[in-house]
Design a protein around this ligand. Structure first.
Ligand code: SAH
Ligand code: DHB
Ligand code: MG
Length: 225
């Protein structure tokens, strides 16, 4: 087999069969998303499980997600929470939010997950007012031009030793294109500069290949003051 997308996908399928396996609620969510015409831009199964494991490893009790789509990543993250945990997920599209609500209810997580529909930059101030304790983990996966702003919000709302994850920071290597006229690339580059300059976190970025192509994510840990 030659290197490239076919091989990345085949290896991702192999890993997923080994370590994730069939999962009725997650599989049903992806089927419902496809039926509703949502784009298949959810995290991969292996990346979903990584989010879940990261949340579990820090005993997360409160999670914020920006960019719900059909709730695939939401379900992975919410399953890491205790029964009295809380996940707030922000979604602009009313259609996506509705599909997500049904997928999340089917997964039995509607007591833990709250979907707030609207532009995240408009709904974040209210989230900040509503929470009693800061978030343990924030997953940023919405419109890329806003990533620097979302990161600033996440930093404000996350506890020391909490984790901020930002999806899609590589995008097939296009992140290198300083003169790109793609707003997503420019948004990612601006986010990367903010991340690099931010002394209140320690961060890295990891490139990924797999069923979703060549991409990557940023991982930042909030430092103690
Ligand atoms: N986290 C999801 C994928 C999210 S796709 C998963 O892995 O399963 C990105 C989502 O962000 C889309 O549903 C899109 O409608 C939403 N979005 C785009 N702009 C937004 C904004 N300004 N505020 C909130 N959500 C937004
Ligand atoms: C897109 C968005 C995502 O969050 C992703 O993981 C892949 C693609 C997009 O907008 O094209
Ligand atoms: Mg993404």
């Amino acid at each position: 087999m030659s290197d490239g997308q076919a091989q990345w996908s085949a290896v991702d399928d192999y890993i997923t069969d080994l370590l994730v396996g069939p999962d009725p609620a997650l599989d049903a969510a992806l089927e419902a998303n496809a039926r509703a015409g949502l784009p298949a831009i959810d995290v991969s199964p292996a990346q979903g499980k990584l989010l879940h494991l990261l949340a579990r490893s820090i005993d997360a009790r409160q999670i914020l997600e920006i960019g719900t789509l059909g709730g695939y990543s939401t379900i992975w993250l919410a399953r890491a929470l205790p029964a009295d945990g809380r996940l707030i997920t922000l979604e602009y599209s009313p259609v996506h939010a509705q599909v997500a609500a049904s997928n999340i209810a089917r997964a039995g997580l509607d007591k833990i997950v709250e979907i707030r529909q609207g532009r995240a930059l408009d709904t974040l101030p209210r989230v900040a007012d509503d929470i009693d304790e800061p978030f343990d983990l924030v997953f940023i996966d919405a419109d890329k031009p806003s990533n620097a702003d979302y990161f600033k919000w996440a930093l404000r709302l996350t506890r020391p030793r909490g984790v901020i994850i930002v999806d899609n920071v590589v995008r097939g290597g296009r992140v290198l294109e300083a003169d790109s006229d793609d707003a997503a690339v420019q948004g990612t580059r601006r986010f990367n500069e903010v991340l690099a300059a931010e002394t209140r976190v320690s961060a890295t970025e990891i490139q990924t290949v797999g069923s979703k192509g060549h991409d990557g994510f940023a991982l930042a840990v909030v430092l103690e003051a």
